[in-house]
Unconditional design. Structure first.
Length: 203
């Protein structure tokens, strides 16, 4: 092809090289920009684990102590109750709103009675007040408290004064309408609890 006067001859090879290089750089840039977008399609590891069962070792749990874990974004309380606490639970029925756990939405079908547990000494609860979702304080000692001179141990929510016994049963005359929730769980062995899964054969 003829060139106008004063123009340099066109190097066709260099033109092809620059064109190809520009295309490659553009493709790489687009690919890099797309990576975060594509990754956003995949759920995060935290999201994937949010509903997964949680395995808890309770071998070191002492009487009167509490382990706090998380399942589905909720605090899970595992408490080892003393024999004295266990003895007091049936005595509180007349002061409670739902002493026999008749509200079946608050615990699995295999959790029954005053203890609301699979093993008498081990309580497993979702640690959120059923009023507005605050986290109650554990007051496990049997002794008079400013909010209850006849306190037999349990949970007290300082936000709006709701009270629950050591089985998570709600007292009468408080804002919380229902017992604390018992999550599905089972014992893998004597020292291991799996939160989020019902025992085999459970209805």
């Amino acid at each position: 092809m003829a060139n106008h006067e004063g123009e340099q001859p066109i190097n066709q090879g260099r033109r092809r090289f620059l064109t190809a290089t520009t295309a490659v750089v553009g493709a790489v840039g687009a690919g890099c920009a797309a990576v975060p977008f594509i990754k956003s399609w995949n759920p995060s590891a935290r999201a994937q684990l949010a509903g997964a069962p949680v395995t808890v070792d309770i071998s070191g749990l002492e009487t009167g102590a509490r382990l706090v874990n998380e399942w589905r974004g909720q605090p899970i309380w595992i408490v080892k109750r003393s024999p004295e606490i266990i003895k007091t639970l049936p005595m509180l029925d007349s002061r409670l709103r739902d002493p026999k756990s008749d509200n079946k939405d608050q615990q699995p079908a295999y959790i029954t009675g005053e203890l609301r547990s699979i093993k008498p000494e081990i309580s497993v609860l979702v640690g959120l007040c059923t009023h507005l979702g605050c986290s109650p304080e554990m007051k496990a000692e049997i002794r008079p408290e400013p909010f209850d001179p006849e306190w037999k141990g349990g949970y007290f929510c300082p936000c709006h004064k709701s009270r629950f016994d050591m089985a998570g049963r709600v007292f009468q005359g408080v804002p919380a309408p229902t017992n604390l929730v018992v999550p599905p769980h089972y014992y893998e062995d004597d020292n291991t609890i799996v939160i989020g899964v019902d025992p085999k054969g459970a209805a």
